[in-house]
Design a protein around this ligand. Sequence first.
Ligand SMILES: Cc1cc2nc3c(=O)[nH]c(=O)nc-3n(C[C@H](O)[C@H](O)[C@H](O)COP(=O)(O)OP(=O)(O)OC[C@H]3O[C@@H](n4cnc5c(N)ncnc54)[C@H](O)[C@@H]3O)c2cc1C
Length: 394
Amino acid sequence: MIVDLNFAPPAEVIDLAQRVSDFVKTRIVPYEKDPRWTPHGPTDELRVEMNDLARSAGVFAPHVPKEYGGVGLSQVGRAFVFEAAGYSILGPTAIHCASPDEGNIHLLDVVARPDQRAHFLKPLAEGKIRSCFAMTEPGGAGSDPGMLQATARLDGNEWVINGRKWLITGAEGAGFVIIMAKVDGGPQDGHATLFLADLPDPAIRIERTLDTIDSSFTGGHAVLEIKDLRLPADAVLGEVGKGFRYAQVRLAPARLSHCMRWLGSAVRAQEIAADYARTRVAFGKTLGEHEGVSFMLADNHMDIHQARLSILHTAWLLDKGERASNESSMSKVVCSEAIARVADRSMQILGGMGMTRDTVVERIFRDTRAFRIYDGPSEVHRWALGARIVSGKM
Ligand SMILES: Cc1cc2nc3c(=O)[nH]c(=O)nc-3n(C[C@H](O)[C@H](O)[C@H](O)COP(=O)(O)OP(=O)(O)OC[C@H]3O[C@@H](n4cnc5c(N)ncnc54)[C@H](O)[C@@H]3O)c2cc1C
């Protein structure tokens, strides 16, 4: 039972969200026609240009810790600000709250040693470099991370890492990578561990950048071959053998941030569809006066409302220090599926125009489709939740 709910953010968070909203609508939406927004995401040149605008407008990276220039937003604060940023698919990149950097900043803030914070976290949080997180493997770790195949063997004072990774967002052009590999040999044989490695490195080859349905992440999604990568013994992030635990530290808030950002895109799709329904006439009246269309707008509104409430509840629990793994799983499924329905209905309301790139709705539809896969496919969350219900743990 849910009791004692209070999601009200402080006035300064509302003010910040409003400023982000104004910034994205006036300064970033015009970039949606920029040719530097490619099928593999906005180029680094475009990203840096938008970041500079965000800095000038005082809305750059508000979520990062105060020591790196942010205001250290709470999860509830992020819900408001990230939704405002997501109004344009380019908004999160512009204010530097996009994946995977946003999740990596959180992970490093929780786990990294002081020297690792100085070397990796500081330039990342300040937007001087990008990063990537390499867990998924062709035929190996995926929905089931336990199938991890990449290995890390201790050779004297160095780790030697080998493996192949794929779908690695932002690898092309990243300043470093967090690699998940299992220890090969010794007392912790087989234990998943995270490693930090500077990029580029000749031992980490980008085989290719995949052509994917989505196009919102700078650098796209790459296939990596890691061959005899040598890292110093202290390149481990956190403790040896705790890779899965740290991945969860990253994932619960990171998947919720995706929900927040994509909710902003759903709001945008609904606005565009509602505008069209108000003005386009068919069979002697506006589309919106036809019940078949007004019902779709009402369903969109309800999906958006339910997604927002689910996000706020999970965010509020995380702010209270709870792990909220069940709630973050539920939010991920509820939001990714509700947002997809909103994008789909909005395209339907737009008719033929909805199939074109004359509006951004078609792009929102494609980008949000991928969200039902990454950070755990819907079925995996349902399966995990179902298993906990059946065993009486929920
Ligand atoms: C756009 C995008 C960006 C990504 N970025 C990254 C990244 O930066 N770093 C990274 O490491 N990975 C990344 N990934 C990989 C992503 O995390 C995986 O694709 C995801 O975890 C699913 O793994 P898989 O692709 O191996 O699917 P599989 O494990 O092969 O699963 C395929 C399908 O099987 C079904 N399934 C699996 N298990 C169950 C179950 N228990 N019950 C019922 N059905 C099940 C689901 O429908 C699932 O979609 C990204 C993926 C995408 C699409």
